[in-house]
Design a protein around this ligand. Sequence first.
Ligand SMILES: [Zn+2]
Length: 339
Amino acid sequence: MIIDCHGHYTTAPEPLQLFREAQKEAFKAGKALPEVPHISDDKIRESIEKNQLKLLEARGLDMTIFSPRASAMAHHIGDEAVSKQWTSACNDLIHRVVDLYPQKFIGVCQLPQSVGVPIKNSIEELERCVNELGFVGCNLNPDPSGGHWTSAPLTDPSWYPFYEKMVELDVPAMIHVSGSCNPNFHATGAHYMNADTTAFMQFLEGNLFKDFPDLRFIIPHGGGAVPYHWGRYRGLADMLKQPPLREHVMKNVYFDTCVYHQPGIDLLFEVIDIDNILFGSEMIGAVRGIDPETGQYFDDTKRYVDALNLSGEDRTKVYSGNARRVYPRLNKRLKEMGV
Ligand SMILES: [Zn+2]
């Protein structure tokens, strides 16, 4: 079985985006927020079957861990009420997709984060999504300001109430920023990579996993710059008198395979333990084109992983075993489905 741990609903039907525009305008004008539009099953089917489902099947994948479009979370826009309404609308749509294709998609939620608003205010939506909608994880934005980094590091106790709830519900979080409103940082080319690398360094500097030994994070996009600079991080851990990374961070942190070329995947697997790598492609996402050097889609990451010639055991870990371990609620669902 092949589980893609990183997919977003980037192709959601147009009424969702029109609603978002109306919502932003209403907020700006100080008017009441508009109603969330009803989107028909047919519109949802069309948006999925022509896109994610088509590619899923063409690439030989079985299931995607599916969440709202990350760049559109835009926690820096509006206020808490705007973020809450937008978030529940996006999460409800993910739930509709999962209901239509329960064998192919499983939900991960966006959180109603907002600049200056305590993260504990996102607990209610996490509980709703996990307990009522059957979601198996969440996307946690370490920088709701969209590129200005105005919140405390992820190791700060202000995040702890949320982590307590994650542990209680036994769900992991993918560390995932959203759009950038800082022109210095291109969203998917700089802001995403920066955030991945920044989160890892925060975990290295802090002692979060001493307080939360069962907390689990996925750092996407192959861990940002971390695997490439693994020696730097090992050296920094040593200089900062922290335990070796394997004990200090890597019992709780996982990287996906959203790295869009063979040498990058080769390096990831050479440097990072197989138990810490989850297959992911982030399709249809940041890089949608075809690589002229290979004639294949850049984000068809299964090709690169297949080319590694992993042992049967390692292959199972990367393609499904690690995901089932990191997302116990997904594992439970698969067992109920007889997989
Ligand atoms: Zn993503």
